[in-house]
Design a protein around this ligand. Sequence first.
Ligand code: NAP
Ligand code: GDD
Length: 347
Amino acid sequence: MKKALITGATGQDGSYLTEFLLSKGYQVHGIIRRASTFNTGRIDHIYVDPHSKKAKLFLHYGDIADAEQINNIIFNIKPDEVYHLAAQSHVRVSFDIPEYTGNITALGTTRILEAIRRSGRKIKFYQASSSEMFGSALPPQSETTQFQPQSPYACAKLYSYWLTKNYRDGYNMFACNGILFNHESPRRGETFVSRKITRAVASILAGKQDKLYLGNLNAKRDWGFAPEYTEIMWRILQQDKPDDYVTGTGESHSVKELVEEAFSYVGLKWKKYVSIDPRYFRPTEVNNLIADIKKAKKVLKWHPKVNFNDLVKIMVDADVRAFGLKAIGEGDKILEKKFPNRWWKVD
Ligand code: NAP
Ligand code: GDD
């Protein structure tokens, strides 16, 4: 049985990846942070008491800021594959806490790579790199596009990107970057724009909210569906040689289009509810991201199935249900049709 270690197992991607690897027969170890409230909501449905013989998922307290504990965990578990997803992942917040973002999102990767190197074991390593690293580089962006980062978060991710390449070249490690474009789901954190919008739509329908404050409506992103993107992390580590891959849908849409799509899906007029609050503007913005996925299609045989309109419907349906209302249901039908053998729990 292969063993995987996931940092950030409680996050959006970590939770889907955990489910995916369990479905592949892996024993999965996740690092979680101690918090005063429960932070395991996204993985509670797959957790089995470790005393049970059926247990295949094991959680370990740790923090990416703590090299000693990272070393201990890697030394004790001896994983075959490490998926490094833990990060301060919010771009806007990285302008408020740039030093912390550097410590976690950049130096955290040094701590993991060093622990792997010092273990002396052949451990495959996946780094969660980001399309945010392309910044102001003109679209479409591919593996060969020059990076022009526009935020402390992007600079921190770029550090990790280069360090991953450096450990691959310098120490012959199987270390890879997945340069993933934005991917969303019903498990997306509530302060990222897609989920903020779909949740607000549900909340307005439920009569609990009458205003939605947003920032820049003109920014464009290449938005895909998170479960499909976590599968590709695994594929990247199953190749014969370590390499870096861009993953996205190849389509981009503005925040305004996302707003229009989400509100009109439930029959609401968005202009009645949406206002602009400059608090959500960023000192430097990334205007347009579009993935060039030729390499992932050719080498990894990867084709995303969920498009922008599908994604918005899937997310709105889930949020409407979470507010105790009956969903329109088109999103559910898309999931049933496109993923008859899906390995994740539909939220
Ligand atoms: P997310 O939902 O914000 O999850 C981040 C995870 O990291 C959470 O489990 C969080 O723990 C953990 N974490 C944060 N700080 C930590 C620390 N100091 N020590 C240990 N764990 C810590 O992010 P995501 O959307 O799943 O993204 C996963 C990774 O992919 C991130 O590195 C992100 O930057 C990168 N990425 C994401 C996208 C995207 O569109 N989603 C695109 C490209 C790259 P808590 O649950 O306790 O907060
Ligand atoms: N969060 C947020 N909140 N963004 C808003 C808002 C708002 O109220 N209003 C407009 N936006 C715009 C942002 O300015 C940005 O241009 C766009 O919506 C997307 O913002 P986010 O959803 O916060 O995502 P992001 O693109 O900055 O970062 C995400 O994707 C990256 C990959 O490109 C994160 O998941 C990063 O971790 C990831 O690396």
